[in-house]
Design a protein around this ligand. Sequence first.
Ligand code: 6GU
Length: 238
Amino acid sequence: MVVDIVTIFPQMIEPALAEGVVGRARTSGLVDVRARDLRDYTSDRHRVVDDMPFGGGPGMVMKPEPLFRAIEEISAERGAPTAVILTTPQGRCFSHAEAVRFSRMERLIVICGRYEGVDERVAEALVTDEISIGDYVLTGGELAALVVVDAVVRLVPGVVGDDASVAADSFADGLLDYPHYTRPAEFRGMKVPDVLLSGHHAEIARWRRDEQLRRTKARRPDLIGRADLLRRERHEGD
Ligand code: 6GU
């Protein structure tokens, strides 16, 4: 998978991509993720990427010319993108299902929105998916782009070593994860639940499923209707 992240702050993106699972996926060649400085695609001496909004009002708007040139040059170099994502609070909300969909694509371009937004002609002519990461406002789309790329890259086959760990993710089956414990079995008077020390695999599996349901009902009741549940489980403990 090839991912190009178009931004006015490449220094905000690059260190994050060098660490952890994503960093390893890049050095092992499973993914090719790069930050692209939008100013490199300007044609004026001052490398200007924004301008005042037509019609007046506060703030600045990202100019169309550098973004069109960036998408065209990156497409010529890498091949036509499968999706062009714009991170913006006006987008539809990112989800595990969206991450799965993008993880099956060969070439992604992510444009980090800044200022009051991007010229609408960019959204209309270039962007295939406008994505928000939640109902709050960030100072720019860079952190959102990192969130999207992180969630997508870890789903690319081979990136996370243990497939079972990806399959057991929170949200993979529509429920929150169960609680985890490691040694010591007792710490400052707090004990690990006996069932986890019992060695009874069927009982452990049942306890974990019950905890997933209990947590999801308590913390995210909105997920219960959508989760992939047996009818019996949906009403357990009601
Ligand atoms: Cl994608 N961008 C900005 N600026 N703020 C956000 C967001 C994106 N998603 C949630 N808040």
